[in-house]
Design a protein around this ligand. Structure first.
Ligand code: IPD
Ligand code: CA
Length: 277
């Protein structure tokens, strides 16, 4: 993740963005169909890090399917999945998976959730797919290859004024963290933008910045699987997507994304908002 860096040469012809993207797309579609099929059924649900951080048997079933398909096609690749899949791999390729981003929406049968699959080569994200099966929207990007929504090229909005910007955000699952996030949003951001949306899926928020539905997005404490694919998609669509602090993603960093015209002013707004007493 983060801005593109120059990596070692791609010596394996099967490990190119053009070769990895179709596989990621096919797997995301299959996992999306699996979860959509089960949305009306009864599901076993457990809490993870807090009573509001839920995982269902469908998150686990989706991750198991994705891992199985990856290893059938590329048995020596590495994997990092939200629900516990971790494999080091030996090819330089690592798949970063969120089997359902927007689990709370999914459990409430709100049709706004996605399968997110990012593919890194030597630590650089080279392909990404975010698929919302409920509305059959597949957003994809590959390094140097642009970004598309259902095959049509996308780009962020040209909005340049923070006061006119529609801004997506999200909240963590820890009550103390939420209290701080709510103060930042309500006291310092909401009065200075057009409005706020809390959609329940960070991956879809970023994709909506990439295609201009949202003008900007920010959130503190997101995880690699939430944004691996969608971060690349924003950058390939022509937007900016990075940490507020300028360094790597950690649990205490704030991720921000916006179209190029808005990004500097939006970053200044969020910097001020997160530092304000
Ligand atoms: C969550 C969603 C949500 C964001 C949280 C994420 P999950 O992912 O992306 O929008 O605000 O930070 O943890 O738990 O649904 O995979
Ligand atoms: Ca998830």
């Amino acid at each position: 993740m983060g801005p593109p860096r120059v990596g070692p040469p791609m010596s394996d012809p099967t490990a190119t963005p053009a070769a990895l993207l179709p596989l990621a797309r096919a797997i995301a579609r299959e996992a999306g169909a699996l979860i959509l099929d089960a949305i009306e059924g009864e599901r076993a649900v457990e809490a993870k890090t807090s009573p509001t951080d839920l995982v269902s048997e469908m998150d686990r079933a989706s991750e198991a399917l994705i891992v199985r398909r990856i290893l059938e096609a590329r048995p020596r690749d590495g994997i990092l999945g939200e629900e516990g899949a971790v494999r080091p791999g030996s090819t330089g390729v690592r798949w970063v998976i969120d089997p359902i981003d927007g689990t709370t929406n999914y459990l409430h049968r709100i049709p706004h959730f996605a399968v997110s699959i990012g593919v890194e080569l030597n630590d650089i994200t080279v392909a990404g797919v975010v698929f919302n099966p409920a509305v059959d929207e597949l957003v994809a990007g590959s390094l140097g290859g642009g970004a598309t929504l259902n095959g049509v090229p996308i780009r962020p909005s040209e909005e340049a004024r923070t006061g006119s910007a529609l801004v997506g955000t999200g909240f963590g699952y820890d009550a103390g963290v939420r209290e701080q996030q709510a103060a930042v949003v309500v006291q310092h951001v909401l009065p200075r933008v057009a409005d706020i949306r809390r959609s329940g899926s960070a991956a879809l928020d970023l994709c909506w910045v990439a295609c201009g539905r949202l003008d900007a997005y920010f959130e503190r404490g997101i995880q690699p699987w939430d944004i691996c694919a969608a971060d690349l998609i924003v950058r390939e669509a022509g937007g900016r997507s990075e940490t507020l602090e300028g360094g790597p993603l950690t649990l205490s960093t704030t991720w921000i994304a916006a179209g190029a015209a808005l990004f500097p002013a939006f970053r200044a707004l969020i910097e001020h908002a997160t530092r304000a007493p």
